[in-house]
Design a protein around this ligand. Structure first.
Ligand SMILES: [Ca+2]
Ligand SMILES: [Ca+2]
Length: 338
């Protein structure tokens, strides 16, 4: 399915960018420990240029901000400054979730649109069959074991027990944190958090089932991560520190959570949005058709001109031939006249 493929590719590209951002931060933090301030600034500029070369960055604004930072903080250039700059210059990171919701919504609407278009091609009986099948698949998909609230004690304990193979009686948040901080940097980043939800997602999604859409599974995974990040990441740096995690494990929501509303319990789009989306598609198609008509006209016009040119060429040729014939018939006279 080409749509699905494109969507996955896009997500991969975005995840790659997120990783890159994080990676640069780590490198900078490490390298900054071993060099003096001047060298640090040079590193920063080199790193920043490499990082931003594939993005539309307002370099003028960046330079101003750089001066401003130097003025505020003339003696040291810290990792926080790098963070601040990268954040301000690459809004895409903060908008990542928002964009993703919009993309997912479009994906769902396109899926529905294709379904509706397919229905139009069927006769009444075929349509009825197809609709019944659709409802049946929906029901089958919604029928799954209870999903634990992401980030709750129940959810983490299940990971502890089933993925880590440990005794639930021994559950210890700090040990859990260290086990799943897979790169050992003392933080849960977004990917490390997302990896914690695999067990829950397997309750709802099975790639071999017709009714389970893996694009929806990834959206559910990101929803879960977003939810936990919102609850736990107190300083909003998109990382969960051990302290933040331990504080969260003492809250009521951790110990006695509400049930988790899964993706399929909420329609991704309203009927109004669907109507607008289809109108937009129809408009695009109309524009394309108009363009095609226009191109056809242009082509016909070009062909007409070509024909005209050909006709002129033939006329010209005939005229030249005629002249040559005249010359030949006149020449003997001239010779004779000499
Ligand atoms: Ca980590
Ligand atoms: Ca944090």
């Amino acid at each position: 399915h080409i749509l699905l493929y494109a969507y996955n590719l896009l997500q991969k590209a975005k995840n790659l960018r997120r990783s890159l951002h994080y990676f640069i931060k780590v490198i900078f933090t490490e390298s900054a420990k071993h060099v003096d301030e001047k060298q640090r600034q040079i590193y920063f500029i080199q790193l920043y240029c490499a990082y931003s070369s594939d993005m539309a960055v307002d370099h003028q604004a960046l330079l101003k901000q750089f001066e401003y930072l130097n003025h505020m903080n003339p003696h040291t250039f810290e990792v926080e400054d790098l963070d601040r700059l990268i954040k301000s210059a690459t809004k895409d990171l903060e908008n990542f979730d928002k964009e993703r919701h919009e993309e997912f919504k479009r994906y769902e609407m396109m899926k529905e649109h294709e379904r509706r278009e397919h229905l139009k091609t069927l006769d009444e009986e075929g349509r009825k069959k197809e609709e019944e099948h659709y409802e049946e698949m929906k029901k089958k998909h919604a029928d799954h074991p209870k999903v634990n609230h992401p980030g709750s004690q129940d959810q983490l304990k299940e990971v502890w027990e089933e993925a880590d193979g440990l005794d639930p009686e021994d559950f210890d948040p700090k040990t859990f944190f260290n086990l799943h901080d897979t790169n050992g940097d003392g933080f849960f980043d977004e990917q490390e958090l997302e990896a914690l939800f695999t067990k829950e997602l397997e309750k709802i999604y099975d790639p071999t089932n017709e009714e389970d859409d893996m694009v929806e599974m990834e959206e559910e995974r990101l929803r879960m991560r977003e939810h936990v990040m919102n609850e736990v990441d107190a300083n909003k740096d998109r990382l969960v520190s051990l302290d933040e995690f331990l504080i969260a494990t003492k809250k009521k929501e951790f110990l006695e959570p509400d049930s988790w509303e899964t993706l399929e319990q909420n329609q991704a789009y309203t009927e109004e949005e669907m109507r607008e989306f289809e109108e937009h598609l129809a408009k695009q198609e109309e524009d394309l058709n108009l363009k095609a008509v226009d191109l056809q006209k242009q082509r016909e016009e070009l062909e007409r001109q070509q024909e005209q040119l050909n006709a002129q060429k033939i006329q010209l040729q005939q005229a030249v031939e005629h002249m040559e014939r005249l010359k030949k018939t006149e020449q003997p006279h001239e010779v004779h006249g000499e």
